[in-house]
Design a protein around this ligand. Sequence first.
Ligand SMILES: C[S@@+](CC[C@H](N)C(=O)[O-])C[C@H]1O[C@@H](n2cnc3c(N)ncnc32)[C@H](O)[C@@H]1O
Length: 326
Amino acid sequence: MDKIKLILGDAVEKLKTLDDSSVDLIVADPPYNLGKDYIDTNDKMPFSTYHEFTRAWIKEANRVLKKGGTIYVFMGMRLISYLFEIMEQEENLNFISWITWHYTQGVGKKKGWSSRHDDILMFTKGKKYTFNLDAIRIPQKYYRSINNMRGANPGNVWDFSHIHYSQSNRASQHPTQKPEGVIERMILASSNENDVVLDPFSGSGTTMRVVQQLNRRGIGIEIEPQYIEETKQRLSEPFLGFDSIDERVLRIPNDLNNRSIRDEYLRNHINWFLNNHMDRLEDVLEDFIIKYSKKFNADEMALVEDIAQKNDIKLPSGKKPLEIRE
Ligand SMILES: C[S@@+](CC[C@H](N)C(=O)[O-])C[C@H]1O[C@@H](n2cnc3c(N)ncnc32)[C@H](O)[C@@H]1O
């Protein structure tokens, strides 16, 4: 199989062409039936038509998913309860998590509360499934020797900014392009290298871009030819880091008071948390300097400067320690 296969067509029809139990992970971001402009595709169906469409594609998705595989589905709040029922009651999938993707920007309502989250349902096929916790931990807020230095579970409320039309890393004019950081977390947690990841509503190709960089194999289905072409273009571009990150990943824990633990921690932080986000190393070094520069000795300062130099980062002069204590 090609590393990444893009299929043009209707998700229900094209899913039928895939073999039973052939994919390890499904990341599905279907149209929410809210009237978005997906070129020629109707995103405002009568409720019963949309419900039947959901039922049909979930049934096929379940068929192609391997035992032990995971499926994540994005959904707006108007329809998520119906989706939950289909997945749990009709398809007998195993509920794991209801994830809230929280963002701070969006349309302001004049009456009622402005919407600031989308939700994601995570189900598995059977009770034994892949979950690589170490791959998706976030740094602890405070260093405590009894805590796992490796970091904490990020929980089920995920803060990631939308990708704005004005951002240079926006892949296309697709109206609902998702942040790569959200998909990165799902793929790292719920699959292994070379596993097959399917996205039945591939849109601008966010899942396929993440799949490509994380060394998985991918199948993306999309009904609009223009989005398929834009995805091909996106996949051919040089990789400079994923377009979004959970900002908690950038924090250095407080209370790293022991020098040797602090040094070990900094090196580990880069390896553990900044894979695919080296463009944010500068923020991490800055936080390290702000928190600990007063405690640095010459070796520690040299370590920070060495990391900065190797990565072409200019340390902010105002943030350097005023004096180095031996
Ligand atoms: C919410 S968007 C997915 C966005 C994607 N996650 C991204 O980051 O770009 C849903 C996509 O489903 C596509 N779509 C709508 N109906 C479809 C169908 N029946 N089969 C396949 N794709 C469909 C739309 O064209 C749209 O690109």
